[in-house]
Design a binder for this molecule. Structure first.
Ligand SMILES: O=C(O)CCC(=O)C(=O)O
Ligand SMILES: [Fe+2]
Length: 774
């Protein structure tokens, strides 16, 4: 069972319980992946990298054994208890449906973890000078004296920090938590539990905040998105509920977004401010993160160890400590909810900053920023020629021309270089593994003997980075785009290449203008009468009305004389046309059955449109639940797993917004856009190669026939067949396209009322029990 089962407040506790059985039931001694270093893991990527410390940390576990009590957490004399045990207690109470207790313990676990982070930061700062003076020598000394220096350095620093932590944290609270717990907190799952808990307690405002906080780190979580929309509509929930409780950790991203936004509107003054804030905040977050890397044990495991053994262990711990700190570069440059870091984060910001400074005429500032950037890339030709340009513009102002780099950046770079030197020394001499998070590392830092493989790795990484941009998706659906289009007047407007993906197509000329007008008219008449088609708020956004009309419902309205029979027939026929076209274009080897189809109109609700940031239809995949962080798509309920091919036949274009767009599996990177218009048909396979969404409809009404096809007969839409049977019973033939499968959904045995009565309706019950709709 995947994590996502834990989010709906309608979920069965069973599903969460299954997931959490991964976690040891509270016994501290059972922590599975203890490491001697604590690290603020946030992504799966980081989890992988952390294995480095896991192996090394084992050396010190025997020393820790003595303090691993299984006692319940409590704050003896005000010391911080272990937050993971509080979490276990919270989760246990949750499953017992003791909501008050669950809320209390979950909240405590969150606040204790935050307090622990702050304490580590404070202790780190208080001990910042302990042993520091030894560090520079470490890169140059060789052999035995290197070991001695290492030993002294690590001893002084670690002891100072351990003493400091001991003043505020219980011994158990100082121990590393398991990777599972790190992962739980890293993915903000505690807020997922809290959301349900507060909902059960009727504390809707808090539930909404927890939901929002979880959602920030899991932005494509469809259920949570739905929950949030529900909260938005609940009375008693105000707009300020939707704030991020973990915002402090992500502030640099706020600046980053604000800076990018300012740039996009050419507001350079604002861009300068925001980029500066972004750089400063990124440096601060990096420091906070580095302070979480703590040596949790004495570096002298056994008294009986040989001196050599002790040195080795000390060196190993030092290197893992530094490696942990270096890893913060990746962590801070990874957005919540994403798996890959923003490459070269600080240099990238400096690049933007100096350009913005140049634009506002702050040449002196631009020089300073550029010189900071040059610390990372001293020989970059573009930066050098920019520097020349700035210097020329500053002619006569020698002082401005000579402005040096920012102090903070200079010390950031020199510290990183010193650490890298040591780490590469370890890689060369001590069988140490280290993943360098920076692209700017100068070759000179890397020991001669490693350079060749280092270069090869670099090249591979660069290739991968480029490749990652246009990750070639493999679609195993069995459909192959590119077949013929067998209807006169229909043209292929965009194919896979134009749509930047796999198994996607845009066809034009599928409907005439008068056909579009007729069905638009049908939509507005149907919308104005009785139930079934009454506009309700969209399930996706509170800012739009959403109306759906099925063929059967249209037929019934025709029988009641409310709409024309022929209009209802046209609606049916349009679907058949789409099926013929897509069956051929996607070279389907089996029959295509209608899984579900309806006419859908999305209308902007006037007065609710200002500053909308949401979508008319959030990014999703039609037949599975997309999890962008892992690029996985779960083919399980509530997704309509039997859908194989999706299509939308558009009817109009006189509205604002409402573009269909495709994305990468990250649910963020838009790969193609399609603007609706009368007679335009978009078809695509319903699986993970085709995540898509619809931008907000901000004015007017957007109508389209949405169609989903299945290759499995038993999943066909029985409502549609019922309509066809009714027409047949009335002696009207239903226009049918050929299906090469003689076992077609539209098989001939459709005459006579008997077909519509008992036997059929029984089947209907069975088939539609997992009712297929929006
Ligand atoms: O209306 C559209 O353009 C797409 C709608 C959609 O993706 C859906 O209903 O699943
Ligand atoms: Fe869809």
């Amino acid at each position: 069972m995947s994590l996502k089962s834990a989010i709906l407040y309608t979920h069965s506790p069973q599903s969460i319980s299954t997931h959490l059985s991964l976690l040891p039931p509270g016994a501290r001694a059972a922590r599975p992946h203890s490491s001697s270093l604590l690290h603020p893991l946030r992504t799966a990527m980081a989890l992988g990298a952390a294995a480095v410390y896991v192996a090394l940390g084992l050396a010190s576990l025997s020393v820790l054994g003595g303090v691993c009590g299984a006692s319940a957490p409590g704050s003896l004399s005000g010391l911080l208890p272990p937050y993971d045990e509080l979490y276990y207690l919270g989760v246990r109470a949750y499953f017992k449906e003791e909501w008050e207790r669950a809320a209390e313990h979950l909240e405590k676990s969150i606040s204790t973890r935050q307090a622990l982070r702050r304490t580590r930061r404070r202790c780190h700062d208080e001990c910042s000078t302990a042993g520091d003076e030894l560090a520079p020598g470490l890169g140059t000394e060789k052999g035995g004296s290197w070991d001695l220096l290492v030993l002294e350095w690590i001893q002084q620093r670690a002891e100072c920090i351990r003493f400091c932590l001991g003043q505020s944290v219980t011994p158990a609270g100082q121990l590393p938590v398991s990777m599972d717990i790190e992962y739980e907190f890293g993915t903000r799952n505690p807020y997922n539990f809290l959301q349900v808990t507060y909902y059960k307690l009727g504390k809707l405002q808090k539930a909404a905040t927890a939901a929002h906080t979880f959602f920030v780190a899991n932005p494509s979580h469809l259920e949570m998105r739905n929950n949030i929309e529900k909260y938005r509509r609940m009375s008693g929930v105000t707009e300020d509920a939707f704030n991020d409780r973990e915002r402090e950790l992500e502030k640099h991203w706020e600046f980053y977004d604000a800076a990018t936004l300012a740039e996009s509107t050419s507001d350079w003054t604002r861009a300068v401010e925001r980029w500066k804030e972004c750089v400063n905040e990124t440096l601060k977050q990096t420091d906070d993160c580095r302070a979480q890397c703590v040596v949790a044990s004495q570096p002298f495991p056994e008294e009986t160890d040989s001196t050599e053994g002790v040195y080795e262990k000390a060196a190993a711990l030092t290197l893992s400590l530094l490696s942990c700190k270096q890893m913060c570069v990746s962590l801070v440059s990874t957005r919540p909810g994403r798996i890959s870091p923003q490459e070269d984060f600080i240099p990238l910001q400096l690049e933007h900053l100096h350009i913005a400074q140049y634009k506002v005429g702050d040449l002196k500032g631009a020089v300073k920023t550029l010189r900071s950037l040059l610390l990372f890339y001293p020989t970059d030709p573009d930066s050098l020629s920019n520097l020349q340009l700035y210097s020329e513009s500053l002619e006569g102002d020698a002082e401005a021309q000579d402005t040096g780099p920012s102090q903070e950046i200079a010390s950031y770079v020199s510290r990183a270089l010193a650490e890298k030197k040591l780490l590469y020394f370890g890689v060369e001499n001590l069988d140490f593994k280290f993943i360098d998070p920076d692209l700017w590392t100068p070759e000179g830092i890397v020991p001669e003997s490693l350079r060749e493989s280092w270069r090869a790795e670099r090249e591979l990484l660069n290739e991968k980075l480029k490749e990652g941009e246009k990750w070639l998706e493999v679609d195993d659906s069995g459909f192959y785009a590119g077949g013929p289009v067998p209807l006169v007047g229909v043209t292929i407007t965009m194919d896979d290449l134009a749509l930047n993906g796999t198994n996607r197509v845009v066809l034009d000329g599928v409907l005439s203008q008068s056909e579009c007008d007729t069905v638009m008219q049908l939509a507005s008449v149907a919308a104005s009468v009785g139930d079934g088609y009454k506009g309700r708020r969209s399930p996706h956004t509170p800012h739009e009305k959403f109306e759906g009309l099925t063929v059967l419902r249209a037929l019934k309205l025709a029988q009641d004389g409310i709409v024309n029979q022929s209009d209802a027939r046209l609606l049916h026929e349009m679907g058949e046309r789409a099926r013929t076209l897509l069956h051929s274009y996607f070279r389907s080897h089996s029959a295509l059955y209608f899984a579900y189809t309806h006419l859908v109109c999305r209308s902007a609700i006037p007065g609710h449109q200002d500053g909308r940031l949401d979508l008319s239809h959030p990014v999703h995949v039609d037949n599975c639940i997309l999890e962008p962080e892992t690029r996985q798509c779960w083919r399980e309920a509530p997704a309509f797993t039997h859908r194989d091919l999706s299509a939308i036949l558009y009817l109009n274009e006189d509205f604002e917004g409402g573009e269909l767009f495709f994305t990468d599996r990250d649910a963020k990177t838009v790969t193609a856009r399609v603007k609706p218009s009368c007679g335009r048909l978009v078809g695509f396979t319903s699986g993970p190669v085709n995540p898509h969404g619809v931008t907000a409809v901000t004015a007017g009404r957007r109508c389209a026939l949405a169609l989903w096809f299945t290759t499995e007969k038993h999943h066909r839409d029985m409502e549609r067949e019922q309509a066809e049977a009714m027409w047949a019973a009335d002696g009207q033939s239903v226009v049918k396209e050929d299906q090469e499968d003689s076992d077609s959904a539209l098989a001939p045995a459709r005459s006579g009322r008997s077909q519509t009565s008992k036997g059929r309706s029984k089947e209907r019950e069975r088939v539609t029990s997992g009712r297929d709709e929006l």
